[in-house]
Design a protein around this ligand. Structure first.
Ligand code: SAH
Length: 248
């Protein structure tokens, strides 16, 4: 079981697989007023940077589940590197339907809400692992500017304009699902650059090391087109943030 190999190639050097910088991740940890011993569940935990740094900085404990074998291995190495491997565990597997045995204080899905079939389904899934009074974290894109045409939405790698909403509508949708929005930290364009532009050097170096790989042609095509596509569309139109929710 694994995610499509192209992501394990293009994001192999990423510690954070979304437009958050280390500073934003730290800001979120402080904003949530995490205390030592806080139990965190992270569905789609990637390379584990959120759990590992929060374990180091705030003494949280918890579990991350991710379908990428590579990212999960990197998460375990990161935990050992930061000396928090007794506090956090990383499981390689499908997080769809995953419910924690013991309820957690913070249940998160940061940039992987397809795991629960969309934002509403992922909130429902996370809620099943949450203790009363706990916090759900959802990392999700929104439109910074509404795309004027469907072609612009597709340029952002969305299927349609209706894939995302503007920030006020996204916040309102959490209320409609019965949740208070109690905090949020938003990515900015510099953070988007760290997520997207970091793929380009990784792709270039991978191409030099793997010229005969069956994906070399695809990676070359992506490296040719991505900088201009990204600057034209995603960087201008797409926002991203992590939203902290508590059931009303
Ligand atoms: N939350 C992490 C990773 C976000 S990227 C971070 O912010 O860095 C999305 C992640 O979801 C990837 O790591 C990918 O491997 C993982 N993923 C995709 N489908 C999944 C599934 N069904 N179950 C668990 N993880 C999944």
């Amino acid at each position: 079981m694994d995610i499509p190999r192209i992501f394990n190639i293009t994001e192999s050097a990423h510690r954070i697989h979304n437009p958050f910088t280390p500073e934003k991740l730290a800001t979120l940890g402080v904003a949530l007023r995490l205390e030592a011993g806080t139990r965190v569940l992270d569905l789609g935990s990637g390379s584990g940077e959120m759990l590992c740094t929060w374990a180091r900085d705030h003494g949280v404990v918890g579990t991350g589940i991710d379908m990428s074998r590579l990212f999960t291995e990197q998460a375990k190495l990161r935990a050992a590197e930061l000396g928090v491997d007794a506090q956090v565990a990383f499981i390689h597997g499908d997080a769809a339907g995953y419910v924690a045995g013991d309820k957690v204080d913070v249940a998160a899905c940061v940039g992987a809400t397809w795991i629960g079939g969309g934002v509403a389904g992922t909130i429902d899934l996370l809620a099943r692992s949450l203790r009363p009074g706990g916090i759900i974290l959802i990392g999700e894109p929104f439109w910074r500017q509404l795309p004027p045409t469907e072609a612009v939405a597709r340029g952002c790698l969305a299927h349609s304009i209706t894939d995302f909403v503007m920030l006020p509508e996204l916040l309102a949708s959490f209320g409609q699902l019965g949740y208070d929005v109690v905090e949020m930290v938003l990515a900015d364009q510099d953070g988007w650059d760290r997520y997207e532009a970091a793929k380009w050097l990784t792709m270039r170096r991978w191409l030099e090391a793997n010229p005969d790989d069956e994906l070399a042609h695809d990676v070359r095509a992506e490296l040719n087109s991505e900088p201009v596509r990204y600057a034209t569309y995603t960087r201008e139109y797409l926002g991203w943030g992590v939203f902290a929710l508590m059931p009303r």
